[in-house]
Design a protein around this ligand. Structure first.
Ligand code: ZN
Length: 79
């Protein structure tokens, strides 16, 4: 995973999704980070939660369960 800050991720996200609000995305990302800190893991397989994807999709999970992809090396994760 490529690590970036919450602010960078939110900026990139709203650039690609112009209907979304920066502040709301930052809030969602912070909440996802809090859930992971307090021990949340992927409910399907128990792997570490993908915070960025969980925040955006509104559903907690690991990268692999949320995307169905096998390679996470080029995707972003928040710090
Ligand atoms: Zn999983």
């Amino acid at each position: 995973m490529v690590k970036i800050t919450i602010e960078e991720f939110a900026k990139n996200y709203i650039k690609e999704n112009p209907g979304e609000k920066y502040k709301e995305i930052v809030e969602l990302l912070k909440e996802a980070r809090e859930r992971k800190k307090s021990g949340a893991a992927c409910p399907t397989c128990g792997k570490p939660m993908w915070m960025a994807g969980s925040a955006i999709s509104g559903e907690d999970g690991c990268y692999f369960c949320l995307t169905g992809e096998k390679d996470s090396s080029e995707d972003y994760e928040i710090e």
